[in-house]
Design a protein around this ligand. Structure first.
Ligand code: ADP
Length: 242
């Protein structure tokens, strides 16, 4: 295993003549929570789309674990390699139980198939981690918005991901739900896992992120701890001060 989970090297993504990502290079290590922040249109979603194989870049490489080039791999190969993403909008199956969702996440994503008892253990463990044990037999459609977010995090977690991407995990959550989500994200940190979070809530980012990458116009404007990000004049100018 390489120390670097994701290595972005000279990445450029064009939509027509517009560069959504412009010669971007960065490294995300195992064991860290990396927040990617920046104004609307900075390229955050496009970066996650490239890492998850949805968008093909014009130039550059994105290496996973020093090997697999994600710009050449299919979406399913990327998921099989252990890179999983929770999208911004909850998209649960309203008529299926919470427990069944987690089982589907484990069954679809797990790199080696689990037998029935192992699957049951895995589902219980994930329900506990995301705080939904007492909701296990409810239908997903009956959950609050916050609980749906945790359920979706549980679904991707069930596959034991190497890289976990979270797209605006606290958008629309109450302060209390945001606090619980911060706890949850920190509980997912492991030496052999990288967690990448795109988020606009800076207090949340400060709670969870080991390092923050500030994107602006498809490039890195600043990278460092949230303290240093808050103190950087250019970041305040293009993003935080607005
Ligand atoms: P962010 O997530 O930081 O708000 P995005 O990655 O969504 O930014 O978008 C970066 C820029 O690329 C934006 O200006 C957006 O309008 C443009 N863009 C994103 N996807 C497409 C697309 N499919 N076609 C054309 N332009 C796009």
């Amino acid at each position: 295993m390489s120390l670097t989970a994701i290595l972005v090297d000279g990445l450029t993504v064009r939509f027509g003549s517009f560069r959504a990502i412009d010669d971007l290079s960065l490294a995300i290590d195992y064991g860290e929570v990396r927040a990617v922040i920046g104004p609307n249109g900075a390229g955050k979603t496009t970066l996650l789309d490239v890492i998850s194989g949805i968008t093909r870049p014009k130039q550059g490489r994105v290496l996973f674990d020093g090997g697999l080039d994600l710009t050449q791999a299919s979406e399913s190969a990327i998921a099989r390699a252990g890179l999983r993403r929770k999208f911004q909008k909850p998209s649960v199956f309203e008529g299926l139980s919470v427990r069944r969702h987690i089982a589907i996440g484990a069954d679809v994503g797990f790199r080696s198939r689990l037998d029935a008892p192992a699957l049951e253990d895995r589902v219980s463990e994930v329900l506990e981690t995301v705080g939904l044990t007492d909701q296990a037999d409810r239908l997903a459609g009956e959950l609050s918005h916050g609980q749906k977010q945790w359920l979706e995090i549980g679904m991707v977690l069930a596959s034991d991901p190497k890289v976990l991407m979270l797209d605006e995990p606290v958008a629309g959550l109450t302060d209390e739900e945001t606090e619980r989500t911060a706890h949850l994200v920190r509980a997912l940190v492991r030496p052999d896992r990288a967690i990448v979070v795109v988020e606009h809530d800076m207090d949340f980012v400060e709670r969870i992120a080991d390092r923050v990458t500030v994107l602006h116009e498809g490039r890195t404007l600043f990278e460092g701890s949230m303290d240093r990000v808050r103190a950087d004049a250019a970041v305040v100018d293009v993003y935080l001060g607005r």
